[in-house]
Design a protein around this ligand. Structure first.
Ligand SMILES: [Zn+2]
Length: 467
């Protein structure tokens, strides 16, 4: 790694407080951090100079909520099914059939796609046994991406109407469901094991959080205990809030009010989805500093509804963006998520001003950094911040004309324009070639993913549509 390198002649989307766009600038990176930004030439004795003529430099994208492991279950499997059917009859048996090698391979495939489309940081939520979790974290570390592994858990099976609905969907009740319920002691044992072993690894690039998966399936006492445990260690807590209407109520209370009653809304809670909310819920989220992650592709794919994102932004909640499950999206490409987040809310609200390109770019960068608790470290291009940055080739026909960079990036970008990616100043992609895997290795990852996926389908007894 060049510890002192220079990016010259770039058009820079700084994402700083003023949202400044600098038409032509040089950016010096030293020891993994941005050391200087200048509109004139920097003579720094850099060990490497990247000429970014015709390119845009922006902060790397933060995917603040995903489920990476399931990527081997995409590819036409499990499509067009209702949430419970998809979750119980497809996802659960599929995941149970994974080996640690499969889990590692899933990360490698995801990383190739995510890095190629400009993601530099990712949070994955995984409800899996420890050997698979360790295989995933090792692979995430190897990928060079800034990585958060949230160990998800369920403690309670579905009750009442939820149980009826689960029964009505489940084809193999007792065999694959309820899947892997954990006791309070198991949750603490496993989470602390992973946190002790991996949290803060690679200069803080790898983080581990607890993940009480969905409040209705976790005892509030346990949720509170793990939340306090996380707070004492400076960790965040990843969960799902109000994704499905039936899981949006706990003990007769709307889920956000349930969480508030148990004092579980806080700066450290990272709540995925937040779809079925009213203004009182939004006020509680705002007041508590709870972080929200929006996942438009997943919400549309699973027919979950539309999150009131513009309303939350109006209230001042720094909503972040994520791709969610790799097989209810089915991509790991944040530029598509940016475009969809822009378009979805305009369409639903019948108001083209409902949300702006700049707001959604903020969601994918600055707000993502806040969700991770890293807003002083990443999310913008400013002196002193870590160099988690990407360079996009702006020369394709679809990028012309180009007058104002934020809408061009939000509406015209496919993700394939990304040519250079750095995390902590370390290159993950250089001039279109991945730095940590060779072309041959990348091809092998694709071939192995196809074979591993077929083997999982076989072991899990899943149906291949048309097969
Ligand atoms: Zn999720």
């Amino acid at each position: 790694m060049a510890d002192r390198f220079l990016i010259e002649n770039a058009c820079v989307l700084t994402q700083n407080e003023e949202r400044e766009v600098i038409p032509r600038a040089s950016v010096l990176v030293e020891d993994g951090r941005i050391a200087e930004i200048s509109t004139s030439k920097i003579n720094a004795g850099a060990t490497q100079v990247v000429d970014a003529e015709g390119m845009a430099l922006m902060p790397g994208l933060v995917n603040a909520h995903s489920h990476i492991m399931c990527i081997l279950l995409r590819g036409g499997l499990g499509a067009d099914r209702r949430l419970m059917d998809w979750r119980l009859n497809f996802m659960a048996p599929g995941q149970v059939a994974y080996t640690p090698e499969d889990a590692s391979l899933a990360v490698k495939l995801f990383a190739c796609e995510a890095i190629r489309s400009g993601t530099t940081a990712v949070v994955t939520n995984e409800r899996i046994p420890i050997p698979l979790a360790e295989a995933m974290i090792e692979a995430m570390d190897d990928s060079g991406m800034r990585s958060v592994f949230a160990l998800s858990f369920h403690e309670l099976p579905p009750q009442g109407k939820l149980a009826e609905r689960a029964h009505s969907h489940i084809a193999a009740w007792g065999k694959t469901f309820p899947p892997s319920l954990k006791t309070r002691d198991e949750v603490f044992e496993e989470t602390s094991h992973l946190v002790d072993k991996y949290h803060g690894r690679s200069g803080g690039r790898v983080l581990v959080w607890p993940g009480p998966n969905i409040p209705v399936y976790v005892k509030p006492e346990t949720f509170r205990e793990i939340d306090e445990w996380a707070g004492a260690r400076g960790l965040r807590v990843s969960t799902h809030v109000a994704e499905d209407p039936m899981e949006s109520e706990v003990g007769g209370l709307p889920v956000v009010r349930h969480l508030a009653a148990w004092d579980l809304l806080s700066e450290r809670l990272v709540a995925g989805h937040c779809i079925h909310l009213n203004d009182e819920d939004i006020r509680l989220l705002k007041k508590s500093g709870t972080k929200v992650v929006h996942m438009p592709s997943s919400n549309m794919y699973l027919g979950s509804g539309v999150s009131p994102v513009p309303r939350m932004l109006d209230f001042g909640i720094p909503v972040a963006l994520g791709t969610d499950n790799a097989n209810c999206n089915n991509m790991a490409n944040m530029f598509w998520e940016i475009r969809l987040a822009c378009l979805l809310h305009k369409g639903v609200q019948q108001d083209p001003a409902a949300i702006t390109a700049q707001q959604v770019l903020d969601m994918a960068t600055r707000n993502g950094a806040r969700a991770l608790g890293l807003e002083t470290e990443i999310g913008s291009i400013e002196v002193g911040k870590r160099a988690d940055v990407i360079l996009l080739d702006m020369s394709g026909p679809h990028m012309y004309p180009n007058h104002h960079l934020p809408p061009v990036l939000a509406y015209q970008t496919h993700g394939t324009e990304v040519r250079w990616v750095w995390v902590d100043g370390e290159p993950l992609m250089e001039a279109g070639r991945l730095s940590k895997v060779s072309g041959d290795e990348e091809r092998s990852i694709r071939e192995e993913a196809q074979a591993a996926s077929a083997a999982i389908v076989e072991r899990a007894g899943l149906m291949v549509p048309g097969g």
